[in-house]
Design a protein around this ligand. Sequence first.
Ligand SMILES: CC(C)(COP(=O)(O)OP(=O)(O)OC[C@H]1O[C@@H](n2cnc3c(N)ncnc32)[C@H](O)[C@@H]1OP(=O)(O)O)[C@@H](O)C(=O)NCCC(=O)NCCS
Length: 169
Amino acid sequence: MGVRIEPWGEGDLPLLEKLLGDPAMTEHLGGSETHEQLVERQKRYERLSESGTGRCFKIVDDATGDAVGSVIYWDRPWRGDDVYEIGWSVLPPFQGRGLAGKGTALAIEMARSEKKHRFLHAFPSVDNQPSNAICRKLGFTLIEETEFEYPKGSFMRCNDWRLDLFGSN
Ligand SMILES: CC(C)(COP(=O)(O)OP(=O)(O)OC[C@H]1O[C@@H](n2cnc3c(N)ncnc32)[C@H](O)[C@@H]1OP(=O)(O)O)[C@@H](O)C(=O)NCCC(=O)NCCS
């Protein structure tokens, strides 16, 4: 089954509520956000592309047109370097069908085409088996296990996965 990615839009707050306002969906992401936090996040997502500091997409099922999830990458400093960080989510009814992997692969191609940063990192919790599997299948290299601050003020054990956007993988 195919997916496409579309720029995050003004009408996508309900999707964001389902993705990040839900305790089960955010088990590995420090817990769900409040409605007010999500309204603010929605504004950041709408402005991200024009700010030139990243891109935010919804993952859309080609066959049905359903918006099934999100994939986002953004600038961050990491270990003295400027890199991209990427994150992804897919709603429970659509999980286990390869959609997060396919949507993320499309976003990676976009980031690669920008030729802006050499390295793209993902920091899934060490316990997040599907996300670690996605990093592995998309050709990321596992650098190390590390303590990572997310959300601000709370720390979790994460894997630092890195993809070389200038390399051949
Ligand atoms: C993580 C998430 C996006 C995965 O979505 P998905 O569409 O089901 O992912 P995919 O089907 O593309 O890939 C999942 C992979 O994990 C594998 N997997 C799933 N459960 C697993 C487990 N318990 N142990 C090992 N591998 C597992 C699947 O086999 C699949 O790999 P494959 O394609 O090689 O078979 C989804 O579960 C989610 O949104 N979770 C909540 C938000 C979140 O944690 N986001 C990640 C932040 S880094």
